[in-house]
Design a binder for this molecule. Sequence first.
Ligand code: IYR
Length: 224
Amino acid sequence: MSEVEHKFIPYQTADFSEEESLQRSKAFYELMDKRRSIRHFSDKPVPKEVIENIIRTASSAPSGAHKQPWTFCAVSNPDIKKQMREAAEKEEYENYHGRMSDEWLEDLSPFNTDWNKPFIETVPWVIVVFKKSYDLDADGNKSKNYYVNESVGLAAGFLLAAIHNAGLCSLTHTPSPMNFLIKVLNRPVNEKPFLLIPVGYPAEDCQVPELERKGLKDMSVFYE
Ligand code: IYR
């Protein structure tokens, strides 16, 4: 056990009334309920500062022992986007031509997806989220991270919410396997790709499948 005294500071939440909490919880639900994954993006630019704020928000997520075991790579460089598109399409071609089961392909049919991923090049920004299985300092010393998948999943959730809150659209894309991203983005050995997230505005003719969300009764249980 360490003998070091660690500093604690006072914490205060916003002091909302019950009525304010009710209104805010409803307004936030209504905002988030409008979020949809899209696959038809415009090439309209998004300022770098917006992306920086979105990434700051993502990195405010809780993580195991506050290790923040993630790296967000924000790519607007056209050559790198082209390399990512080509490598993703190569893997996805194999997925759609034999690697995915018939049941899987059937489950995906409402979404009209295929191996073509032009949006990786169209969008102004692609954010690739990496998880750090362990930390590595400048001298090559390793240190542990904890609950890495849970932590990075939470940060990715914050990221998607921040993207939507800024009036932008995203897709949680997992070209599989994703190891080509390590090479293309020149990431260190302790980082593994977690999600590839195109970020931008929808194309003018963008459509999304008509989906229903589960109601409260079908996805929650209250024990009062
Ligand atoms: N990675 C493929 C297939 C795919 C799989 C699932 I599960 C999805 O929800 C959507 C797509 C692709 O991106 O096309």
